[in-house]
Every structure is written in structure tokens, then in C-alpha cells.
Design a protein around this ligand. Structure first.
Ligand code: FAD
Length: 406
């Protein structure tokens, strides 16, 4: 498939049966949107986890801190799930897809065939390469990960978080609020420097330091040290070892596409799709796993954020039902760290010109506009959600001219 051309066009036959692979935010939102739009055909959802489908943002915040019981993170009540009249097959993983017959084979040997298949398998946490399995070393992607990490944090004297991105910064803040001794480390100079640029990451560095998180940034990690199968520290490129009895590795995630390796679909940092999120005829991808052609930005894009999971699902449901519209969202994510609630719309390039347009940085309540080559590409709100949302329109207005994404 040429990435700039659509997989199919013209007349659309409404599928008699839709199979959704992945029972989380984007998979469930697809089912919900199909029913909301009046789809009356058969729907099957195949998910590898046994838990009732749950949301992930609370895992690094309320569930980790213990302020929420895990049940509160469910995506939909059992009553709502039942009202969709879909068959949920849980605790079984897709292991192969046959494009010709549109059949998914699962680990149990089960075969599920449908007229339309939606790939919603998300991403999986990356681990440090070449590391032996040591007790006390965690990643955070699933509810079970969050509960295991919480248990270890309750009896932890020193936590080191490897990774200064959004997730690593959130985990550091939550653990610190729990009273844990926390050090965060990673190659960037400040927390979330890649995501929000120097000004705001500098403010985050101040906030974390004030609250007692030790920042050991600007240096890479070469490995972990351990004794008797238990982690004892994190070794930095400088040779220094940060002592730890618990380590969280938060160094990003990789699209969960292994099961599609022999399918013939184009896999390149996600399932590559056209502007309608179609990977092949009758095959769609949605949420964290989907890398689709964003028509207005002129390039392939993959987003790992919660709002995209819902918005893209609605778009895919529409395409399945014959709506012929490209998916062209303004990317959006939020993060909560200590008392900072940060909203980010659009793109915040590191070299962007940043202007504070509402509020006051010193009061830690402000909205910043990010401009690249004179055009508004992004908006960031720090404890000013309403004002930030209002400024989002400035990105939409600039869209017509936006530079290509890569
Ligand atoms: C700890 C954490 C905190 C986050 N906080 C925020 C936040 O504050 N703000 C924000 O915007 N975003 C946040 N996110 C990101 C957001 O949660 C994701 O963008 C969202 O969950 C994506 O939904 P998804 O359904 O596409 O993928 P996922 O949520 O990854 O779900 C994919 C599902 O597919 C299943 N699956 C995988 N492979 C198979 C297979 N072969 N067969 C069957 N099933 C399979 C998985 O088990 C999983 O249940 C956070 C993510 C995490 C992990």
C-alpha cells in the first residue's frame, strides 16, 4: 500500500460481523460507537486479559497511590457492557491473522472469522535490553503491574525510576506522595523535556525537586545491579550506581503487533493505515497500535493517549459503517503530577517559540502557546484546563498550513 493512497473507496458494504481484537479503551470505544451509530450486526471482542476491561490513566495515579480501589478503574459497568449485545472472549490472545479469509487465530486454538476486523491491541512496555530478571524491577502497563508495584512500594526504602518521560514522571510523583524515597533518571535534562520543551520541563524539574524527588538526569542507564535475584541499584553511564530496592523501568512502549508478523499487513512502528485507519480491505487499526496517515499534517502518526483511543474508535466505527471521512484529530494528552494538572494540545517542538498567553508561570497557573515558524502548533495548560481548551482553536485555525509530521 502506498501510504498516501487509501486502501479502498467507493461503495461500502456494511459488514455482517465485526471482530475487535483488544478489549481496552480503543476496542471498547469502537464497539460502543458502532452500537451508537446503529450497527445491529454481530460483534465479538477478543481480549487477552482476564480482568473486566479497565482504564489505564489511573494506574500510575489513583490505583498506584491506593486512593482508588482497582474496581473504580473499570471502563464500563457490566450492565453497559451487556447492553451492547457483544460477545466478549477474554483471557485468550490473538496469535495470527489471515487477511484473505479475515480470520484471527487465538492461542487457545479458537478461530474467529468476521467481515471487518479492528486491531486494538495497544502497546507493551519496553524493558531494559539484556537484563536478567530481578525481583523488585517493574514496568507499568497493566492493572496487575500497578498492583504489584504498589505492593513493593509499600515496603520500599529506595525507588529509582528509569525514564523521565510522562509515565516515569507520573510514577515518581505518585510514589513520592506515598512517602517513598524517589530518584528519577534518564538522558534528558529535565522531566518530560522531549514532550513539553525546556520551559515547562524546567518547571517540572523545580516541582519534583521541591517535593523531594531526586533528579539524576542528563545521563543514560547502562544496566541494573542485583544480589540474590533482587535488584540493588541502577548503573548510570557515568559509572555511578543509584542504590535501589525497587526500580521502575518506564522507557516507552512498543506496538503489540507481534501476532501480525506473518499477516502481510505493513508493520512499521504500529499497524500502518491509510487516512481512514484502514490497514487492508476490511481491516482497521485503532488506538495506541494504529499508525495512520494524518491528511492535514501530511504524514503518518501514532498517538499513545487516552483521548485518541476514544476519538479514533468513533472514526473507525464510522468508516466501517460507510462514512468516508479522514481521521484528522488535534492530538491531546494530560498528565497529573503532584498538584499540577497539565493539558497538551497539538505538537510542542523543542525549538518552538513559547508565549505565555494566560495566567502566570510564577503562580503555576498558565497557558502557553507554542509556535514554530510563526504558526501555532501547540497549547499547554498548567492548572488552567478551561482556558487551554479554548486556545485549542488556534491550532485548528493554523492546521491548513501545518508542516509535515515524520
Ligand atoms: C500507566 C498509564 C498511565 C496513562 N496515563 C495517561 C494519561 O494520564 N493521559 C493520557 O492521555 N493517556 C494516558 N495513558 C495512555 C492511555 O491509557 C492509552 O493511550 C490507552 O490505554 C490506549 O488504549 P488502547 O485500547 O489503544 O490500548 P491498550 O490500553 O494498550 O489496550 C490494548 C488491549 O489489547 C490487549 N491485547 C494485546 N495484544 C493482544 C492480543 N494479541 N490478543 C488479544 N488482546 C490483546 C491488551 O491486553 C490490552 O488489554 C496512560 C497509559 C498507562 C499505561
Amino acid at each position: 500500500m502506498d501510504e498516501y493512497s487509501d486502501v479502498a473507496g467507493g461503495d461500502v458494504t456494511i459488514p455482517a460481523e465485526v471482530l475487535v481484537v483488544g478489549a481496552s479503551a480503543s476496542g471498547l470505544s469502537t464497539v460502543e460507537a458502532l452500537r451508537r451509530k446503529g450497527y445491529a450486526g454481530r460483534i465479538t471482542v477478543l481480549g487477552k486479559e482476564l480482568h473486566a476491561p479497565y482504564d489505564r490513566p489511573p494506574l500510575s495515579k489513583q490505583v498506584l497511590s491506593g486512593s482508588w480501589e482497582p474496581d473504580r478503574a473499570v471502563l464500563r459497568t457490566q450492565e453497559i457492557l451487556s447492553s451492547w449485545n457483544a460477545e466478549f472472549v477474554q483471557g485468550d490472545s490473538a496469535i495470527a491473522l489471515d487477511l484473505l479469509t479475515r480470520t484471527v487465530r487465538a492461542e487457545s486454538g479458537r478461530e474467529l472469522q468476521a467481515d471487518a476486523i479492528v486491531i486494538a491491541t495497544g502497546v507493551r512496555a519496553r524493558r531494559l535490553p539484556g537484563q536478567p530478571r530481578l525481583n523488585g524491577v517493574h514496568v507499568l502497563r497493566t492493572l496487575d503491574d500497578a498492583l504489584r508495584l504498589r505492593t513493593d512500594l509499600l515496603d520500599c526504602s529506595r525507588l529509582v525510576v528509569v525514564g523521565e518521560g510522562v509515565l516515569g514522571s507520573e510514577i515518581s510523583a505518585t510514589a513520592r506522595v506515598m512517602g517513598v524515597d524517589v530518584t528519577i533518571t534518564g538522558p534528558q535534562a529535565a522531566p518530560m523535556a522531549l514532550q513539553v520543551g525546556p520551559l515547562v520541563s524546567g518547571l517540572l524539574a523545580e516541582l519534583h525537586s521541591e517535593r523531594g524527588v531526586r533528579l539524576r538526569l542528563g545521563t543514560g542507564v547502562v544496566g541494573l545491579t542485583g544480589e540474590n535475584d533482587r535488584v540493588t541499584g541502577v548503573q548510570l553511564g557515568t559509572g555511578e550506581v543509584l542504590p535501589a530496592d525497587v526500580v521502575v523501568v518506564a522507557i516507552g512502549a512498543a506496538p503489540a503487533t507481534d501476532w501480525l508478523a506473518d499477516s502481510g499487513l505493513r508493520l512499521d512502528n504500529g499497524v500502518v493505515c491509510d487516512s481512514r485507519c484502514r490497514a487492508a480491505e476490511g481491516i482497521y487499526a485503532v488506538g495506541d497500535v494504529a499508525r495512520w496517515y494524518h491528511e492535514q499534517l501530511g504524514g503518518l502518526m501514532r498517538l499513545e493517549n487516552r483521548t485518541n483511543a476514544t476519538e479514533q474508535a468513533a472514526a473507525v466505527a464510522g468508516v466501517i459503517l460507510g462514512e468516508d471521512r479522514p481521521y484528522v484529530p488535534v492530538p491531546y494528552f494530560w498528565t497529573d503530577q503532584f498538584d499540577a494538572k497539565i493539558q497538551v494540545y497539538g505538537a510542542l517542538p523543542a525549538d518552538a517559540h513559547v508565549e505565555i498567553v494566560d495566567g502566570d508561570v510564577s503562580a503555576r497557573r498558565f497557558v502557553a502557546l507554542y509556535r514554530a515558524e510563526g504558526m501555532v502548533t501547540g497549547v499547554l495548560g498548567w492548572n488552567m484546563p478551561k482556558q487551554a481548551r479554548q486556545r485549542r482553536q488556534e491550532i485548528v485555525d493554523a492546521f491548513g498550513d501545518l508542516v509535515p509530521v515524520h
